[in-house]
Design a protein around this ligand. Structure first.
Ligand code: DGP
Length: 116
């Protein structure tokens, strides 16, 4: 189900341009418009979910695919051995800006540890 006002739903549908790197029946992955690392890919569910707060057991297959696509993308980006970070922001205190659930895949250089 798409949300008509959602920019990421429009990216899934191909209604606005993006640098897509992967798409299947569950998820779409595309390069972040404002990359914070040499590899900065966003992995999102094709159907609109606002955030992790919307997840239910019904979403298990999709949520699993969001994670299992990671090693495939990391291999294509050449960052399996060097490593990467996965980040999901939820809500105002989590710095979520786009209200369509998304997983950031960041790699390509050593990142500062954000948790102290
Ligand atoms: P956040 O909600 O803070 O977890 O991050 C949202 C990310 O989405 C941010 O890094 C920039 C990215 N972004 C926002 N709008 C677009 C867009 O139209 N295209 C692409 N490719 N990325 C976008």
């Amino acid at each position: 189900m798409a949300n008509q006002d959602c920019i990421f739903c429009k990216i899934v549908a191909g209604e606005i341009p993006s640098d897509k790197v992967f798409q299947d029946e569950w998820v779409t992955a595309f390069r972040d418009i404002n990359p914070l690392a040499p590899t900065h890919i966003l992995i999102i569910p094709n159907n609109h979910l606002t955030s992790t707060n919307d997840l239910t057991p019904y979403h298990a297959a999709m949520a699993g695919r969001m994670l299992t696509v990671v090693p495939e993308l990391a291999a294509k980006e050449g960052i399996v051995e060097s490593g990467y970070r996965l980040i999901m922001n939820t809500g105002p205190d989590g710095n979520q800006v786009v209200m369509h659930m998304h997983l950031h895949l960041l790699g390509g250089h050593r990142m500062k540890h954000a948790m102290g």
